[in-house]
Design a protein around this ligand. Structure first.
Ligand SMILES: NC(=O)c1ccc[n+]([C@@H]2O[C@H](COP(=O)([O-])OP(=O)(O)OC[C@H]3O[C@@H](n4cnc5c(N)ncnc54)[C@H](OP(=O)(O)O)[C@@H]3O)[C@@H](O)[C@H]2O)c1
Length: 290
């Protein structure tokens, strides 16, 4: 593991008041694990009632909901495979019935096969588009209909830095994330008249379950190299991303529309030639892969 520079992650949202989202209902997809879990818990810590979306890991989603309840919030775990429109409809109905409305929607769930284009099977392409683009559009439409009926809300999509940079084995998801970022800009303009703000976050490299799968299967150099070449010298954490999502949902971002906020410790700013010190960190990461 490389040495990491201390960053702003722990307690990054401590400066927000814990009643920032009191009385608001948030639905976070893919909230059983990783970034989504941290977003759900952060919004709950800031006062929101939360619906914790998941596909398979009901026990993990229920744990997140239970932690939110212990903070004094209403919370429920909601299952749906976002590749299926009927399941999306059921998920939104469960949120309507269980929490009585929707003010914040975070489109976070994602999955793909991490392979170069010529190695992708047709069903990999179909399912990547199905979950990450069609599922996004179907869900965001349903979220926006509810927010329009309530006179406003906030939507945040979680993109990824493969939308702008070519990463090994990331073509399908990277292209879809670029499409999501473009759609966010359209939605921001179309939904502004209804008081609905739409933005996105674009995280750098994290150490989540999907990142472990990515580094195992994509042919990318081990993650330590990426962290070593990041100006801050450490991975992005789920808490870094959750703090940015909370900001975008908050009144402090009340005039921010259609923006994709990059939360990556500067990794996408940096390019060769790298400072000698970073190359030494990277060489160290090669000796001690992690
Ligand atoms: N990790 C990174 O380095 C990184 C970098 C940039 C961007 N991102 C983006 O950040 C977001 C979260 O990534 P992560 O790494 O935190 O994810 P993760 O740990 O792999 O968790 C994925 C989540 O999505 C849910 N999910 C998967 N397939 C689904 C489906 N068909 N329908 C509904 N839910 C489904 C999973 O539910 P179950 O637990 O029930 O399976 C889980 O909650 C994604 O949009 C990803 O592209 C991640």
């Amino acid at each position: 593991m490389v040495e990491t520079t201390p960053g702003p992650a722990p307690g990054a949202v401590a400066s927000f008041k814990d009643d920032l989202f009191r009385g608001r209902v948030a639905l976070v997809t893919g909230a059983s694990r990783g970034i989504g879990r941290s977003v759900a818990l952060t919004l709950a810590a800031l006062g929101a009632d939360v619906a914790v979306g998941y596909k398979r890991n009901g026990h993990l989603a229920e744990e997140v909901a239970e932690r939110a309840r212990r903070l004094g919030r209403r919370a429920l775990a909601v299952q749906a495979d976002l590749e299926a429109v009927a399941e999306i409809d059921r998920m939104f109905r469960e949120v309507d019935e269980g929490l009585g409305g929707l003010d914040i929607f975070v489109a976070n769930a994602a999955a793909t096969a991490f392979k170069p284009t010529l190695e992708l099977q047709d069903y990999h392409i179909d399912r990547t588009l199905g979950l990450n683009l069609r599922g996004f559009a179907w869900s965001v439409k349903r979220a926006a209909e509810r927010m329009r009926a309530r006179g406003g809300g906030a939507i945040v999509a979680v993109s990824g830095y493969g939308s702008r940079r070519v990463l090994p084995g990331y073509a399908a998801l990277g292209a879809v994330k670029a499409a999501v970022e473009a759609w966010v800009a359209y939605l921001a303009c179309e939904l502004a008249p209804y008081g609905i703000r739409v933005n996105a976050v674009n995280p750098g490299c994290l150490e989540t379950d999907s990142a472990h799968v990515y580094f195992e299967r994509s042919g990318a150099a081990p993650p330590g190299h990426v962290f070593a070449l990041t100006p801050t010298g450490r991975p992005t954490t789920p808490e870094d991303v959750a703090a940015a999502v909370a900001f975008l949902c908050s009144p402090a971002a009340g005039f921010v529309y259609g923006h994709t906020l990059v939360v990556d410790g500067g990794v996408t700013l940096a390019g060769p030639p790298y400072p000698r010190e970073w190359m030494e960190r990277a060489a160290d990461a090669v000796r001690r892969p992690g």
